[in-house]
Design a protein around this ligand. Sequence first.
Ligand code: GTP
Length: 361
Amino acid sequence: MKALILAGGFATRLRPLSCARPKILFPVLNKPLLEWTLESLSKSGIEEAILAVNHQTAFHIKNSKFSKGKMKIAYSYDPPKKPLGTGGAIKNAEELLGNDNFLVVNGDIFTSINYAEVIKRHEGNDATATIVLCTVKDPSRYGVAELGYNSRIKRFVEKPQPGESPSNLINAGIYVLSHEIFRYIQYGRRVSLEREVFPKLAEEGKLFGYIFDGLWTDIGKAEDYLEINKILLDSLRGKLKNVIRGGGQINEPVFCDESITIKEGSTIGPYAVLGKNVNVGRNVYIKNSIIFPGVLISDDSFINGAIIGENVVVGRGVKINGNCVIGDCAVIGNNVSLAEGVSICPAKEIYQDVLEAKCII
Ligand code: GTP
């Protein structure tokens, strides 16, 4: 069976970090999400993945150094400047997908699911689509399913108003689809699978659910992205090897690329991931944060709960607080404080405190 990975969205909720890379290339424990996804598909016996991309995403993917293992990769392109939506992108890949059932995976999810189990379940039902469903506390930002007899989905509602959700079972962004699905999607137009196709299939009794209660999260927002790194740090506690040069201290769980330097008096962790060639000065404190490759953090700085983009320069005595997101190549000048929730656009230079949550463009 082939897998179609949807990866041509614009990741608006992850800006400014997504200005420089698509979600599918965001590092999770220093490894691109795409690589995690391909590995997990391989384990489920999938040998070929088609990436549904736009031209910009394709450019980034092809220029990145992800490892595809034994997976055969093909690309299906949305037309330039014409996003097709989740449904349109599936229709666009019809020829590449052939006549068999196929798996669809949103490119922005991290999960421990065994895809082979979902495929087996789909084949046992008279289903056009089988959706993986996960339970969440607040379903209002997802597609929500109301399950009926024998795992048939009676109703599918995309992003219901708070309090109007038919259940807490949400669309996990993993589907097995039968070839019949193509009859429901018009070619060449933007189509949302979730808003246009699934509700119709539910009405016709052709939509089924597969409840999964293992590890699942999407990295749609910065908090979610921090959270999945944290969950993995916890689950791999004691198994992650950190070789630190420079005399700094580690407070587990932490994952540092082996190329980094941390000088004396600095403490990293708990819950910090530091990418390739990160350079940390003296008396720095970093916790609950993700630091992308090539970042320089000068002496006496403090970072808690932030994501720092590639090649950012953090000056001396800087304070970066919770939920701050710093775009690639930005410069934060000496002694600057950033309040909680500040976002800085790529390459921006900041020399004054930012005392309230806002985006600096
Ligand atoms: P936001 O703008 O932050 O909502 O992100 P998004 O649109 O990139 O992601 P969303 O969660 O809405 O989409 C789910 C998956 O479908 C993601 O992996 C997207 O990359 C992908 N996707 C969304 N829209 C398109 C599209 O128009 N074309 C293609 N090829 N993929 C898409």
